[in-house]
Design a protein around this ligand. Structure first.
Ligand code: PMV
Length: 331
């Protein structure tokens, strides 16, 4: 007779306002710098895991289909969990994103945060939030931040074993009247994943060292702006940091260009809104979608402008929200 240990978890995406782009250790997935993000109340991953003594391999489905490459990444993460916590069983993992996967919408962040929380609950590991953040980081650097609600700061840490590289709460969700509008410009998966993109940037971009230095300054500026509840400065720092990250990627050999024509149209539209004294700022990760930050009061104006752009296929909206959580305890 087989024994099953199962649990379900939900985890949100997060958007980095000061971004992580570079690793100090590839094996442990340790970031070269800290980062600051906002955790979103929509764009969620739902994951159910069942560790089952009857299985001789991991079975992973993503949005109801066999998960392919993403499934191999999940299986590697489960190998790590088995290794760290002395677990022998393989698992069935059913995971579902309520947003497009793999196109710069942080699906690995919500995905590995949900997986870490579900593993902890199913196996009754009793991990602290910090330990869960460290574990989620092994799956994806940005996943470490999705454990935390509101605004989170990821510490780069200095320990060789990575035990001090985890995310902590920086400000509650209510700290700013922030809305995040995601302008979707394509649903195609991106060509170069973040690990490969970071490796290429570190190895070949002459701007990489300057990026690391500038990011440290951006972290100080953003922390202060959040403390003051100053949305305009938060937006300004986030937009500048995003452009510096992309400038650094563009300087790689070959240059990493994640934008399409509509991405650039959205950037111009956001700048035009600001020229009309409507507070809106953009940030873009390793993909073609643009996340527009604005005050809740300005959301209708900003949304109307984004909807009017021919290359924008959808606009998804989110507010700061709670971190990853269990939705159903082990039977
Ligand atoms: O966590 P990863 O490996 O998907 O890398 C995230 C990289 C960015 O999204 C571009 C920046 C960030 O800090 O989220």
């Amino acid at each position: 007779m087989s024994t099953v240990r199962s649990a379900s978890a939900v985890a949100p995406s997060n958007i980095a306002l000061v971004k992580y782009w570079g690793k100090r250790d590839l094996e442990l997935n340790l970031p070269a710098t800290g980062s600051i993000s906002v955790t979103l109340d929509t764009l969620l991953t739902h994951t159910t895991i069942a560790f089952d003594t009857a299985l001789d391999t991991d079975e992973v489905t993503l949005n109801g289909e066999p998960a392919g490459t993403a499934g191999a990444r999940v299986a590697r993460f489960l190998d790590l969990v088995r290794d760290l916590y002395g677990v022998r069983e393989h698992a069935r993992v059913e995971t579902r994103n309520d947003f497009p996967t793999g196109a710069g919408l942080a699906s690995s962040a919500s995905g590995f945060a949900a997986l870490a929380v579900a593993c902890d609950a199913a196996l009754e590991l009793g991990l602290s939030t910090e330990q869960l953040s460290v574990l989620a980081r092994r799956g994806s650097g940005s996943a470490a931040r999705s454990l935390i609600g509101g605004f989170a700061e990821m510490h780069a840490g200095s320990a060789d074993d990575g035990t001090d590289a985890y995310a902590v709460p920086l400000a509650p969700a209510e700290a700013l009247p922030l809305r995040v509008l995601v302008a979707v410009t394509t649903r195609e998966a991106k060509a170069v994943g973040s690990t490969e993109g970071m490796r290429l940037t570190e190895a070949t971009s002459p701007f990489y060292g300057a990026w690391v230095d500038a990011t440290r300054e951006d972290l100080d500026a953003l922390r202060a702006a959040l403390r003051d509840g100053d949305l305009a400065t938060v937006g300004q720092v986030a937009e500048g940091n995003c452009l510096r990250m992309h400038a650094t990627m563009l300087g790689a050999e070959p240059g990493l260009l994640y934008w399409n024509a509509a991405t650039v149209d959205v950037m111009h539209a956001v700048r035009a809104l600001r020229a009309e004294r409507i507070g809106a700022w953009f940030t873009i990760d390793a993909g073609p979608q643009v996340k527009v930050l604005c005050d809740a009061e300005d959301e209708p104006d900003v949304r109307a402008r984004l909807d009017a752009l021919a290359g924008v296929t959808a606009v998804l909206a989110a507010s700061p929200g709670p971190g990853a959580r269990v939705v159903e305890a082990s039977a």
